[in-house]
Design a protein around this ligand. Structure first.
Ligand code: ZN
Length: 396
């Protein structure tokens, strides 16, 4: 560890060979679990619903794990899109992020009022119940685990952004009910099969994600909600395509592959079997590392904005983008922010060229538009024809 961490001196029940979040991911993914012992345990299947599969117990899929980690460290990355066939542990991986995140302050109110709403919008920004609580010095929030908020395939736009609360009958008492986007504030927003949602819903989600807030208007009523969430989408390309404009708005794109070797597949099967028989047992196997990662994410999040990107390193990245003929400006932002998060995960004060190389695939792939390539080629031909015409007309 560099002396950057001296202020965070704490007990780390982790092997001394591991010096960073990055090392941890590299190391633990190869670990074996003594299966013969775990099979003796009594099944506790109901726990599987509550306790997520441990993130570090996911076999292989290094790039997916890295991309998800980076998105937790640096919110400026703008989300992760996981592309792959069914049965490649995409949803499992997203759910397994929950125990890695520090606890948040959650509203105790149906309308999700927060103390910061009063800070920004005055006492009228919260519901009458919360205004009363606030006046009586009763807390409006309690500490809670981060949740995964999922957008179901049959969700309507009102489900997503919010709508008039039907429970309140008299019109004078009507209030707007929070939608899934507002509920996802400070949580993880997961959109499985994003390619099957309507454009209207995708646009609403991506706009809110980019702004960190959104305003909803219904008749005479309007409300502004926080929407600061980690956005993760997944899709199976066999089941339909995603508009390139939507695809481009995701910071990182990971192609999730099926496991290659029979050893990996066996390992994955055994770990899942262990988990289904006794999720507590598997979670406790990884408890030390899970706790370590949570601490490291808190540290890296704080540290990330101060990670320096030199002109030389930035130029290397820009040359790479130009060579790949990527037009999207989001490519530059994502590449550098991902490299910054990667350096932060490794406790380094500045980004190195190797960081750029490591995150380049997930930042730059699937950004080129075949349509734009063709469009520019056609334009070039037209310009040449125009020049030729200008040169030939009137020349006798
Ligand atoms: Zn309230």
């Amino acid at each position: 560890m560099s002396d950057l961490n001296s202020e965070n001196d704490r007990d780390r029940p982790i092997p001394s060979s591991i010096r960073s979040l990055k090392d941890l991911i590299d190391t633990v993914t190869g670990r074996n679990i003594p299966i013969s012992e775990t099979l003796k345990d009594i099944p506790e299947q109901t726990m599987a619903d509550i306790l997520p599969y441990p993130f570090l117990a996911i076999v292989g899929q290094k790039e997916m794990k890295l991309a998800l980690m980076l998105s937790l460290i640096n919110p400026a990355l703008g989300g992760v899109l996981l592309l792959g066939p069914r049965g490649t542990a995409k949803t499992t991986a997203v759910r397994s992020l929950l125990p890695l995140l520090p606890q948040i302050e959650r509203s105790t109110c149906f309308y999700g009022c927060l103390p910061e709403d009063i800070e920004y919008g005055g006492i009228d920004a919260v519901c009458p119940d919360c205004a009363k609580k606030f006046a009586e010095n009763i807390p409006l929030t309690h500490k809670d685990m981060v949740r995964m908020v999922e957008i179901p395939l049959n969700a309507t736009i009102d489900d997503v952004v919010g709508g008039v609360d039907e429970r309140e009958r008299p019109q004078s008492h009507q209030r707007i009910k929070k939608g899934l986007l507002a509920q996802a504030d400070q949580n993880i927003l997961y959109i499985d099969e994003i390619n099957l949602l309507t454009d209207e819903i995708n646009d609403a989600i991506l706009d809110a994600a980019a702004q960190g807030r959104y305003t909803l208007r219904r008749g005479m009523m309007a409300a502004t909600y926080h929407a600061r969430f980690t956005l993760i989408g997944s899709m199976n390309p066999e089941e339909g395509r995603l508009r390139p404009q939507i695809m481009d708005r995701f910071g990182l794109r990971v192609i999730v592959q099926r496991l290659d070797t029979s050893d990996e597949r066996l390992e994955a099967y055994q770990r899942v079997h262990t988990y289904l028989n006794n999720p507590v047992r598997l979670a406790s196997e990884y408890a030390a590392e899970t706790n370590f990662i949570q601490q490291e994410i808190i540290r890296a999040r704080k540290f990330c904005p101060s990670v320096h990107l030199s002109d030389t390193t930035a130029k290397y990245g820009i040359e790479l983008i130009q060579k790949l003929k990527v037009d999207s400006l989001r490519a530059d932002i994502t590449l550098f922010e991902a490299a910054r998060a990667y350096a932060a995960a490794d406790s380094r004060e500045s980004v190195e060229i190797d960081d750029i190389r490591t995150v380049s695939g997930m930042s730059l792939r699937l950004r080129r538009s075949r349509f734009m390539d063709d469009y520019f080629a056609q334009q070039l031909t037209e310009e040449e024809e125009l020049t030729k015409a200008l040169d030939s007309v009137g020349v006798s």
